[in-house]
Design a protein around this ligand. Structure first.
Ligand SMILES: NC(=O)c1ccc[n+]([C@@H]2O[C@H](COP(=O)([O-])OP(=O)(O)OC[C@H]3O[C@@H](n4cnc5c(N)ncnc54)[C@H](OP(=O)(O)O)[C@@H]3O)[C@@H](O)[C@H]2O)c1
Length: 261
């Protein structure tokens, strides 16, 4: 039986039916965590439940009431919450003016609105447990990736939210970890309107990110940028934005979608 810091921890993971969320849930299970796993795909959640003991919480977070209902059901299942991993999210790629109004709303509603309601509903339980909130952002939110303008904006919103909320809730004993992945090999790209069509960076395995994410939670870290080399462009973008833009124009491989735009 594991006896590390997450042994017996009560953890809700959204987007646990696939990709980063599923890999994270599987790693958390090896640490002895008790899990509630949210997602839409019931059979994937059932499979995860068989492997990890996770309680399946099927539901569509685009339904405005679902985020709060998910937290309520997680509290019923686990009797409290020590960690919440808000990970469910979707992308969209291509020129911004080719998005439909419904595309814009869908990204906003899942990546930001549902997250805000999930966090708002979970905070009383996290304050009670002195727990930790984990928000899965994206390097797109730090760098502003061409061809992913609105996705970048939703993830930049999450990063701003994480920073400000951390300052608000840390005095109450609640930690906030912002996870900033680069390109990860998941179904994310098959599900959006265009696949991954850049030559670099090469996708990393979701399992490796999940191990790093869980280590960040165990270590009480505020931030995880993964893979670590992405901290360099992130710092350059923050500190010397003009130089970053010049280098990005010179060296970044543009997505196919924009080459012809
Ligand atoms: N892959 C990358 O390169 C990458 C890079 C940076 C950040 N991220 C972020 O990482 C997070 C996880 O993405 P992933 O790469 O693991 O992609 P993924 O394999 O497509 O997983 C997305 C998860 O979100 C869930 N989800 C999607 N729409 C939902 C909805 N309407 N209601 C409830 N759950 C919904 C999915 O559930 P169902 O399968 O049940 O529909 C799935 O579990 C996202 O926030 C994404 O923005 C990914």
């Amino acid at each position: 039986m594991p006896d590390g810091p997450l042994a017996g921890a009560r953890i809700l993971v959204t987007g646990a039916s696939s990709g980063i969320g599923e890999a994270t849930a599987r790693v958390l299970a090896t640490r002895g965590a008790r899990l509630a796993a949210a997602g839409r795909n019931r059979s994937a959640l059932a499979e995860l439940g068989e492997a990890t003991g996770a309680q399946a919480l099927p539901g569509d977070l685009l339904d405005p009431a679902e985020a709060r209902a998910t937290v309520r059901r997680a509290l019923d299942a686990l009797g409290g919450l020590d960690v919440v991993v808000s990970n469910a999210g979707i992308g969209w790629a291509g020129p911004f003016d080719e998005m439909t109004p419904a595309d814009i709303d869908r990204l906003l509603d899942l990546n930001l609105r549902a997250t805000a309601h999930l966090v708002h509903a979970a905070l009383p339980a996290l304050r009670h447990s002195g727990g930790r909130l984990v928000l899965v952002g994206s390097i797109a939110g730090m760098l502003g990736v061409p061809g992913e303008a609105w996705y970048s904006a939703t993830k930049a919103g999450l990063a701003g939210f994480a920073d400000a909320l951390r300052a608000e809730v840390t005095p109450a004993g609640v930690g906030v970890t912002l996870v900033t992945p680069g390109v990860v090999a998941t179904r994310f790209f098959d599900r959006r309107n265009r696949g991954y069509d850049r030559q670099r960076p090469r996708p990393v395995a979701a399992e490796r990110l999940a191990e790093a994410l869980v280590a960040a939670v165990e270590g009480g870290r505020d931030e995880l940028v993964y893979p670590g080399w992405l901290r360099l462009p992130a710092r350059l973008h923050g500190g010397l934005p003009g130089l970053y833009r010049a280098l990005a124009r010179r060296f970044a491989s543009p997505p196919t979608a924009l080459r012809s735009a």
